[in-house]
Design a protein around this ligand. Structure first.
Ligand SMILES: C[S@@+](CC[C@H](N)C(=O)[O-])C[C@H]1O[C@@H](n2cnc3c(N)ncnc32)[C@H](O)[C@@H]1O
Length: 214
């Protein structure tokens, strides 16, 4: 297993503290409303679902949800959420999505784009588009860098990836790849893999949507 996956397995029990930050509450309320609305009645494939914070929001309005994550530690928490009985949880990699029959007409990933190395993004997006029905809606949401709220970037590599040094409750420290793409880059990337790319910019988060080719 790679170091990112190991880090999130260890962090499972403390993960949802990111959703308790007071300065993020207004944005999170806006996003919960938008995300619930855009997936209403859809058959949704969620990648890297983690502890199921967004899975639960989506399952509240979607027709069906399949939620995938590499780590059993986070899936165990996701299965305890109120709408979990309406979700099929699958253990697997976002880079090698199992054959799910291409029945999903929507795809979502929260706080995942930022962890995909820039040199892997196009291959990952092509694979994501290939894993859902033609004409499906794709939506990704992630953090914007906010001074004083976000963890500082500790270094950048030759490809332009940013890294943060993060500490867990057990005292261990981890270098985590975490990118903060500009709106123009999001539109450009998505437009290579479909049409109608749109970014909602909130003070702390962005939400990118587009449609797969038909
Ligand atoms: C930042 S968390 C996002 C969790 C959730 N989507 C959210 O927004 O709260 C990243 C998640 O990616 C998962 N992960 C790491 N590598 C993965 C991979 N190759 N495929 C699928 N999930 C992976 C981790 O287990 C973790 O749950």
């Amino acid at each position: 297993m790679d170091s990112l996956a190991e880090y999130y397995a260890k962090r499972a029990a403390e993960y949802e503290r990111i959703y308790a930050k007071p300065e993020r509450q207004a944005d999170l309320a806006t996003l919960r409303g938008r995300i619930g609305k855009i997936f209403k009645g859809k058959h949704v494939l969620e990648l890297a679902c983690g502890t199921g914070y967004w899975t639960d929001v989506i399952a509240g309005t979607a027709a069906q949800v399949t939620a995938l994550d590499l780590n059993e530690e986070v899936l165990a928490i996701a299965r305890t959420k109120p709408n979990a009985s309406r979700v099929s949880f699958v253990r697997g990699s976002a880079y090698e999505i199992p054959d799910l029959g291409r029945r999903h007409d929507a795809l979502f990933a929260g706080h995942w784009w930022s962890h995909v190395p820039v040199e892997r993004l196009d291959a990952f997006l092509a694979h994501a588009v290939d894993s859902v029905a033609p004409g499906a809606m794709l939506a990704f949401h992630d953090n914007r860098f906010v001074e004083g709220s976000s963890t500082a970037v500790s270094r950048r590599d030759a490809q332009g990836n940013a890294y943060q040094t993060r500490k867990l409750d057990d005292g261990s420290t981890h270098e985590v790849l975490k990118n903060f793409p500009e709106e123009s880059e999001l539109i450009q990337r998505a437009s290579r893999h479909g049409w109608g790319a749109h970014v909602d910019l909130l003070p702390h988060f962005w939400l990118l949507t587009w449609w797969a080719p038909k």
